[in-house]
Design a protein around this ligand. Sequence first.
Ligand SMILES: [Mn+2]
Length: 304
Amino acid sequence: MEQKDIVVQPQDNTLPANYLGLEEEYSSIKKSKVVIVQAPYDKTTTYVHGAVNGPAAIIDASRYMERFDDELNQETFKIGIHTMDPLPVRDLPSEEMVEKVYAQTGELLKANKFPVLLGGEHAVTIGAVKAFKDAYPGLSVLHLDAHSDLRDTYFGSKLNHGCVARRISEICPIVQAGTRSISKEEKDFLASGANGRIKIFNVYDILEMPLWKDSVSNSLSENVYITIDLDVFDPALVPATGTPEPGGIGWYEALSLLREVTKDKKVVGFDVVELCPIKGNVASDFLAAKLVYRLLGYVFPIKK
Ligand SMILES: [Mn+2]
């Protein structure tokens, strides 16, 4: 039988090409509290390449999502969500990419916006966390990921995506959840006390702790930045990542953790990274788009 190409979507070019396909009234920079920053970058990726296409795939999928949030019973888009043009970082060395993300995030924070960063590989997070730390000195980071990312260097670089948590821990305290892949070097680093700024809830801890979400939340400071590597999810849910690991957390589990943290703490910004789109399989893109929207809804409840 002849295999036909899968038609991914009926291209509706009448929808604006921004997050959620929002009209001007809800997406102009002036009227928007939230600003979507795209960092299409995957120069340090070590396995499957393609995270450079992540931000565009999330934006595209979001345009076909319902704007009404049925869990929260609200129209979160009414807070205003502006989508910036992608940052010109694609071909830069990682140092310059990190600087660009840092500068852009800092500028948005000064303008009292709520930045949401879309990757791209995980190294994009480093610049964002630096900027948030400037704005919120007591910042801590919640890091959801299958991988510890605690290497000091990887493939000769300190800014490799496999070093992101180590770099974050040099900026501020970090709490990891959902990890299930770690090297001997990283394990030894932790056993030696690390730098005293890393707390880990790996999947084995989670399986044994009925109240792990409370414990994660209680480990964070008042102002929290959340970085979500999509490979924290089970690959059955999100196959489209550069380094998928079996046995990840589920959709409702992730949401209930995020709900808990946003209830207890002040979430000041977040990122969703490492989407590596697979042609013809849009489930991961859609999950990422919806995750951004649901988390925005948790952070910005609309009074009824
Ligand atoms: Mn990862």
